[in-house]
Each structure stands twice: as C-alpha cells, then as structure tokens.
Design a protein. Structure first.
Lengths: 788, 252
C-alpha cells in the first residue's frame, strides 16, 4: 500500500515532469559518459590483454642485418630472457590487382613445422601455410578488406628483385600490428600497407638468408629489467649489424594503443563531472523552489507529527527517483555509446574480435555517483526547508528583498528601462544561482568548442604535414643504400618533375643517461620538396653541418640547441660521433632528427649514398611511374601522399565527425536542462507578477520578455564566456596531449566558435519557447485572488 | 431588466439624469466548470455604470461580484450576455483587443496589491506609465496617494497600506477612464484601510475617474454614490446614497 506522502511525491513529480525529465536527461548524460568511457577502457584493455596473451606477444624486439641461427642460443642465455623467436622480416613492394599505386607489405617468416613461440598469428579464415609451398601467404585482414582480396586471390610481390605470384591462403591478425601503420608514417593506410606471413624456408631462400635471421623477439622473465636485457642483447647483436633492441613500450603498435588508452583515462572523467555538477545544481534550484512553494505543506506535515527526517526523506526520494531514472537511461545510453565507440575503434584497431564487456560494478558505480551528486545538490535546499519551525512556516514567506543593481548604484540607472531593471535585480538577487547557470551554459559552449577544436587541430596537422612540410607527392625507400646516381636517374623518367634524394640512418642518439633510437633523415642542400616547418609555420633552414631536432625529442633527451650529442649509427660501419645540435624545430608530429645529406654521409664515412627519394610527378604519367616503380627491384617501399590523406579521411576523420555529433548532443542536453529549468523556475516564481502585468495591460510578448529576460541574459552572457572557456580548455588540452607521436597545434577556426554559440543559442531558444507556451495558460484571475 | 432594478430605478438611475453610460451589461451569465461541478457565478445580470460615479459592489464571498468586475475589466468573458464599454462590445473583443482595452482604459487595484517585488514604488508605477498613451508622471501619481517620500522603497520596505497605495497610484497613473478595485482593504487593518479608501475617493473626485469598488464590508458602501448589492449571482438591490460619508468618518 502506497503511503499518502508517497502519493504526494508521485503527484508532485508528475506535475513537474518537464523539469524532472530535463534534469534526468542531464544526469543520464553524466552516467552515460561514465559508463561509456569505463566500458570502452575496460573492453580495450581486456581485449588487448587477452589478444597479447593468447598470441604470446613479445616483450622485447631487436633487428639485425643478418645473424646466424647459432646466435639464438646465446640470446637465450641472456639473464632475464625467457623465450626467443628469430625470423626474417623484409619489406616488399606489391602489385595488387585493381590498385594503381604500388602497395608495400612487411613480409614475415613463419616456422611452418611448429607454432612460433612468440607473436603468434591469429587465423581468421582460410588455413595455415603448408610446408614446402613457397607461394603461400597469410595476409592481414585490414589490407585484404581495403583491397577486396580474399582467400584464394593472388598478389604479385617483388621479392628481392624478382616478381613472384603469391596465393592468399589465410586471413590473419597479429598482436604486433593491432595498430597497423607503416613505420615512419603518420596515419594508417590499410590499402597500401599490409602484413604478410610466409614460410621461413621460402623467404630465407629468396633473400639468401637460410640459416640466419634479421629479426628477433624475446619474452622476459617476470622480474627481468628490460634495460638490462636490451644492453646485453645489443652487445651480442652489434657485430651482426644490430639496429638496437627495444622494449614493448617502444613497439610502434603498442605505443599507439597505449597513448589512446591513456588519453581515454583522463578524458573519461571530465565529461561525467561536468554533467553531474550541472545536474546537482539544477536539482538544488528546483528543490529550493519546490520546498518554498510547499512551505505551508511542510508546516502542516510537521503539525501532524511527521519528523524532520521523514520530511527530508520525502524530498530525498523525490531527488533519488529522478536520479534513478537518469541512471537507468544513462546506463542504457552508455552501453549503446560504448558499442558505437568500439565500432569506431575497430575501424582503426586490428583485433580479430573486440571483447565488449559491461561490468556491473561500473554500472553500479555510475548510478551511485549520480544519486550521490543529485543528493548533494538537493541537500542544502531540503535541510533549509526541514529546519524551519512549523509556526514560522505557517506564515507566508516575507516579500523578496531587492536592491538597486550595481549599474544603478554607480549612477547608470537612468539608462536602464524598467523591464530590464526587473531582470537585472532578479539576477543580482541570486548571485550563486546566476553564476552557476552562467557557468553551465558556458560549459555547454566549451564542450562544442573543445570537440570541434580537435577536428580543427587535426586538419591543421594534415595541412602542415602533408602540404606545407611535404611538397612532394611520392616518396620511396630503397632496400639498401644506393649510389646517388640511381636516384638522379629517376629524374629522367617521363612525368617526374622534380626528384630529390634522401637518406635515413638508424642511429641511437645519446646524451648522458638519456637515449633514443630513431632514423636520422638526411636531406640535400637546398632541399625544396621537404621543408622543415614549425607548428606556427616558421621555416627552419637545414645547416650544412650538425643536427636539427624536434623540440619534443630535445625535451626527451634533455638537450638544448648548441650542445653536442652522441650519435651511434646502427648501420653499415656503425660509426660513433659527437654532433652539434644546431637548431630545434617545434614540429607537429613524431620525434625527428634532420641532417644535411652530405654531412650525414661524411658521418657514415661513406660516399654519396642515399636510401630513398621524394618526387613530384605529373598526374597524367603517374600510372606509368607506378608501373615502373613496381618493377624496380631496389625499391622497398613507396608512399603515395594522396593515398595517406584519403585513408585518413575514411577512418579517423569519420570517427571525429561522429565524436563531434555526440559533443553537440551533449551541449544541447546541458543547454536544454539549464534553460528549460531556469525558465520554468522563473515562471513559477513570477507567474503572479506576470499575471498582474497582463491585467495591467501588458501584452503576451511583453511579459515573455520579462519571463525569458533572465535566462536569456544568462545565455547571452554565458555564450561569450563559454567561447573563452573553450579556448582555455583547448589550450590546456594541447599541453596535456603533447605526445611524442602527435602534437596537437592550437588552432580554433572561427566556424568552431560560430557552431558552438549557434548550437547552444538554438537549444536555449527552443527550450525557452517550450516554456513560453505556458504563458497562454496563465490564470489571470486565479493568481490575483490568492496570496503567493 | 430585473424586477428589483425596475423597482429602484427612480433612485438608481444616472446621476443628474444625463451622465454618459460607461459600462452597460446585459443578461450576463457566467458558469465555471470546476472539475466535474459547474458553478453558476452570474445568473443574468443587467447593470450600467455611469461616468464619474463611485460605485460599491456589495456582497458576500461567492456572490459573483468579483466575476462581474473581472468581466467589466476585460479579464474574463461571460458565458452569455453582452457588455458594452462606451458603446463598444467588449464581449466581441479578442485577446489582443482586450489587452489593449485594459492597457488604455482600466486601472486595477487588488486585495493583495500584486506589486512587482524587484521594482521600487516609483518603478512599479512607471511600469504602467511606460506603456500608457497619456500617463501622469509616476511621482505625481505617488503624490496623489501621499507616498512621495517612499517612492524609492522596494515593496519589502513598505507596510501593507503603503503597498496598496502604491498599487492605487499604479492603477491611476495611466489616467484610466475606470478604476476597478477588488477588496482593496481586505488585507488591511481599519486604520490603513481608511487611508487607502481616502486615496481611492480622492482619485474619484479629483480626476473624475469612474470607480467601482468590490467589498463585503457594508460600511464601505456608505462612501459610494451608488451601492449595488449582489447575492447568488444576481443583483438584488441598487441604492443611491443621498448623503455620502467621507472615508475618514468610517469605522468597522
């Protein structure tokens, strides 16, 4: 049997259903973002951990030029090493049917007679490689999908200079390539970069590597220190052309996954906090009004003998009901959002399956936090109402006190019309409520600004990196360093406008106890096709001697311009030299080290050698150029700039559009919650005034101005404040997101400000109009007959 | 015409015989639908109010006097019957026309003052003078009710009687043709009530504003030109006071 007091509760709620609904929606957005981010985070972590464990993802990696299999035993004996798996990894150019440009694959050897101990391949479809068949390959799924290939199809690869027809027998995934990106690229391009696995014997024969390996993976014992193992492994592999071992945390795919997870962790807490703070505020305002309207009812209840606690609990239930509805809707919304987001992640991450798991504890925590925030917001209002002695509560509330506003006190009162005066005094009378509403509206605006800023920033990265820095449209890398003449020949190929050589040398930069393994890029004097440009667009010219480092790299290595740094080349003659850092470049992506090509060659104690080239080409001749490149055995990889940009637009850009839509929705929810409730409270507080004004002869339009003036003023002040807040947040974000992979430049397009202001304004006007309709039902006579 | 009115017509006709008819109501009825119950507030009322007179509508609560006043003031519409204001059919006005009618012609005073708490006394009056066609200065209106010194006070700083006088100033500041007061002393003690009535009376004599006051207090009827008694939705009796008593002689 439902008690009379609970009946009152339900009727009060149904009378205020519009407001209760608006608040429940804000709460649900808070719970949804919480459940969403925790669920995604959990799903991504568990998916990654499960996949890594099942496929025995290695802890340590090393690359060598060529080491005999006998070295394996030494490697196994390194203290801390648990298992070792050696293999051959080569880059090959592919000729894919239907794809004009050449594609590149990382071709990895598999021991067919047994499962590899580490980095096992997950087979989605098809079958494993058959021993003795040297034309069978497993291919990564992203590449086959992007190129419409399937089991049974063929691909032509140029393997060590020879064209070879390969048959796809299986579609596969690897823990090493969850984030499948060509080393040195900024964006994944699954159409032009794939992973292929081939029988060891076939690959070894093709590259004359039988009985040897050029790549090795380790798993470590639980208590092993990776730095220690790296040091010893490097010592063993040096004489075989070791390029330096590195731990899992520096493995490209893992590094990118980890940086995504880290940013999710922080971003996942911000949105729920904003929503729940807004909800708490709204509940405070609504409960303050409700208890003030029910002042005499509370007195009567007390007179009947209800305890303070019973009355407080009555209102707490009111708040909790709203919170529970918000919590349920939010949980459902959060799970749905998480589903949607994981789909976006699957566009970029290559997992055979994503383990999507909603933990009950996350849902429970979300709902608890929502309830807690709601009670926290309402508690002040409830306690104030409950503490009032019944005799005092029986008397009507004293008339509201007002005073001249600041504007009038400083003598500008004459300039303010009467209606504006009412609005301003009302605003000034509730400074806390006014400022909180203002902040909430500003938050709504800031959410849109920040959401859109990410897009502006990425656009800027794309513009800077692909169009300002890269003046070429094609870049290629050779298998081995070649004489500069080979590259100069390319300039004579029909359709090649310009061609500039470049060389990349894998080296370790070391300064005291900080070191970093990377490729030093050598560019020719007067390089035109590649410009060193900072985030802010300043160009740095490459000096004839010395290094130019990314500012971020200098930060990692704790060095400054003017200092010298030790360069330990890991290729060819492996020279070691101290080189001066001539300048720092505040660039946009990656950790880069640039050097003049001739200076780099001198450092390597070699003649004019190059390892690649960058070209500009005539679009009409491109098919012919691509054909020629596909046939050139020395070429290990070709990158077509436009393809990278297109791939970006198909994946990450799509995801960002999606995120932007969700951000807009969130901003609308906040604006709706704040403006609708604000206007409803105004209406409740002032219906008497408004009815009086109507009686006196004010038109509906005029009293609408008074009703909506308050919330309208808050909105109009909140929007510019929100634009500033968005600016500040975006600035802070560029600082926190300052990562080694990607440094978000601070750019906010004017259209972003316009969108943010426009969306919030439109949502506010919409909610205000909803409330304005109620003025039609204003009871002119009833309101005059009764006391407030 | 009701038989009662016909009987009293000799006393209850226009003052000095020729004054202009401001309001003419014919066969007014009003039914309120309160949930499932119908309440008949007016059951066929015929009445005329003349320019410049001071009329008291006297009756117990629930007699229909407020309903009649609300209809005359353009706040409510009758279920049947017609009302003419200076020959114009109020009953055919739409909402916009009624708003304009109230804005230009009618001053209202309510039992609970209905001042805007966020505006000072002067600003409450200015609220009306801002939108009126031919208003007096707010300060002059407040002088009429002897509140010049309190004009910069907010309602929370004024006594009940002072608040009601501000309401009267607000009602008359637009120079309305009619002043309609619904229980203007209902929430006040005798002393302040008298002050308020004096103010209303002064408006009536000094400005010539046609004034109708609703009350259930028979004493107040003694200061009127005419007294219209209403009971159970009908006009029971109309009487002319030969000797009007000034407000300050009243007591209850």
């Amino acid at each position: 049997m439902i008690s009379a007091l609970d009946r009152k509760l339900l009727r009060d709620l149904s009378q205020m259903k519009g407001q209760a609904f608006a608040i429940a929606i804000v709460i649900s957005a808070g719970v949804a973002t919480f459940v969403n981010s925790r669920t995604i985070l959990h799903s991504l972590e568990i998916t990654r951990a499960t996949f890594y464990e099942r496929q025995h993802f290695a802890d340590l990696f090393a690359r060598v030029k060529r080491a005999p299999d006998s070295v394996t035993d030494w490697l196994k004996d390194v203290p801390g090493v648990s298992r070792v798996e050696t293999r051959i990894v080569e880059n090959v150019t592919l000729d894919v049917a239907g794809l004009e440009e050449p594609a590149v694959a990382q071709l990895i050897s598999l021991p067919v007679v047994r499962e590899p101990a580490l980095n096992q391949v997950y087979l989605r479809r098809g079958r494993q490689l058959t021993p003795g068949y040297d034309d069978e390959v497993l291919v990564s799924e992203a590449f086959t999908k992007a190129n419409n290939l399937d089991v049974g199809d063929s691909i032509t690869a140029i393997i060590n200079g020879r064209r070879k027809q390969l048959r796809i027998v299986g579609i596969a995934f690897s823990p090493e390539y969850v984030f499948q990106i060509k080393p040195g690229d900024l964006l994944p391009d699954p159409k032009h970069f794939g992973i292929m696995w081939m029988e060891y014997k076939a690959l070894a024969t093709a590259y004359d590597m039988y009985g040897a390996f050029n790549d090795v993976a380790f798993s470590l014992q639980r208590d092993a220190a990776p730095e220690e193992v790296i040091h010893r492994v490097d010592g063993l592999l040096d004489r075989y052309g070791g390029l330096g071992a590195y731990a899992r945390k520096d493995q490209l795919s893992h590094l990118l996954l980890e940086s995504d997870i880290q940013s999710l962790k922080t971003a996942g807490l911000i949105a729920p906090t904003i929503f729940l703070a807004v909800a708490a505020f709204l509940l405070n305002v609504v409960l303050t009004r409700l208890t003030s309207l029910q002042r005499e009812q509370i007195a009567a209840l007390k007179a009947f003998g209800y305890t303070n606690f019973q009355i407080a609990w009555h209102y707490m239930k009111f708040v909790l009901l709203i919170a529970i509805v918000g919590g349920c809707v939010g949980t459902a919304g959060g799970v749905w959002l998480a589903h949607d987001f994981t789909k976006m992640f699957l566009r970029v991450y290559q997992y055979p399956e994503l383990i999507f798991r909603v933990r009950p504890s996350v849902v429970a925590r979300g709902v608890l936090i929502a309830g807690g925030a709601a009670l926290l917001g309402a508690m002040g209002a409830i306690m104030l109402a409950v503490r009032l002695p019944p005799a005092e509560a029986m008397r009507p509330e004293p008339p509201a006190r007002y005073r001249p506003t600041l504007l009038e006190r400083i003598g500008l009162g004459r300039l303010v019309p009467n209606v504006a005066r009412m609005v301003l005094r009302q605003l000034e009378r509730h400074p806390v409520k006014t400022s909180f509403s203002l902040v909430a509206i500003a938050m709504a605006v800031a959410i849109v600004v920040v959401g859109n800023f990410m897009r502006n920033s990425v656009d800027k990265v794309i513009q800077t990196n692909f169009f300002d820095v890269q003046q070429y449209d094609l870049s290629l890398a050779t298998v081995e360093p070649v004489s500069i003449d080979a590259i100069n020949e390319l300039a004579n190929v029909p359709g090649v406008h310009e061609c500039e050589p470049r060389r990349t040398v894998v080296a370790r930069l070391r300064s005291e106890n900080h070191s970093r393994r990377l490729g030093i890029i050598g560019l020719p004097t007067d390089c035109r096709l590649m410009r060193l440009i900072s985030k802010t667009g300043e160009m740095v010219s490459l000096p004839p001697e010395g290094l130019v480092l990314s500012q971020k790299l200098a930060q990692v290595l704790h060095v400054r311009a003017g200092q010298t740094i030790r360069v330990e080349a890991l290729q060819d003659k492996r020279p070691v030299a101290d080189v001066e850092i001539v300048a720092l470049l505040d660039d946009i992506a990656g950790l880069n080290a640039y050097m003049n090509l001739e200076a780099l060659n001198r450092l390597m104690r070699e003649g004019p050698q190059v390892s690649g080239a960058i070209l500009t080409t005539d679009p009409l001749f491109r098919p012919a150029i691509y054909r020629r490149l596909k046939e050139t055995p020395q070429i290990a990889s070709v990158t077509v700039k436009q393809a990278s940009v297109d791939s970006f637009r198909n994946t990450i850009a799509k995801n960002m559009m999606h995120m932007r839509a969700i951000n807009l929705l969130f901003a609308i929810i906040i604006a709706l919650g704040v403006v609708y409730n604000g206007a409803r409270i105004s209406l409740s507080e002032r219906s008497r005034e408004l009815a009086t004004l109507r009686v006196i002869g004010f038109t509906k339009r005029e009293i609408s101005t008074i009703l909506l003036g308050e919330i309208g003023t808050i909105t109009l002040l909140g929007i510019p404040f929100g634009l500033v807040l968005g600016y500040v947040f975006a600035r802070a974000l560029t600082y926190f997101l300052d990562q080694e992979v990607f440094r978000f430049p601070f750019v906010i397009a004017n259209s972003t400000y316009g969108l943010a202001a426009g969306v919030v304004l439109a949502a506010s006007i919409g909610s205000a109009l909803l409330v304005r309709r109620r003025l039609d039902d204003l009871d002119l006579i009833g309101v005059l007959k009764s006391r407030e | 015409m009701s038989s009662v009115l016909a009987h009293d017509s000799e006393f209850a006709g226009p003052p000095r015989g020729t004054a202009e008819v401001v309001f003419a109501a014919q066969a007014l009825t009003k039914v309120y639908h309160m949930g499932e119950v119908d309440v008949q507030a007016l059951r066929g009322v015929d009445v005329e109010l003349y320019a410049g007179e001071f009329v008291v509508l006297l009756g117990p609560s629930g007699s229909g006097k407020s309903t009649l006043l609300n209809i005359l003031g353009g706040l409510d519409v009758p279920t049947s019957g017609q009302v003419f204001y200076r020959g114009a059919p109020l009953t055919e006005f739409d909402d916009g026309a009624l708003t304009r009618y109230r804005r230009e012609n009618v001053g209202f005073v309510f039992q609970f003052y209905n001042l805007i708490p966020s505006l000072t006394a002067r600003e409450n009056v200015a609220l009306v003078t801002d939108i009126a066609r031919n208003p007096m200065k707010p300060a002059d209106a407040l002088a009429l009710v002897e509140l010049t010194e309190r004009q910069d006070h907010f309602p929370s700083q004024l006594s009940g009687g002072e608040q009601q006088r501000v309401a009267i100033a607000r009602a008359v500041a637009k120079n309305p043709a009619v002043l309609l007061c619904d229980e203007p002393t209902g929430a006040l003690d005798v002393h302040t009530g008298i002050l308020v009535l004096e103010a209303i009376s002064r408006i009536n004599t000094e400005l010539g504003t046609t004034t109708a006051v609703i009350t259930h207090n028979a004493v107040i009827a003694e200061m009127a030109d005419r007294v219209i008694s209403i009971s159970d939705g009908k006009i029971m009796h109309v009487a002319r006071n030969i000797h009007k008593r000034p407000a300050n002689e009243l007591t209850w």
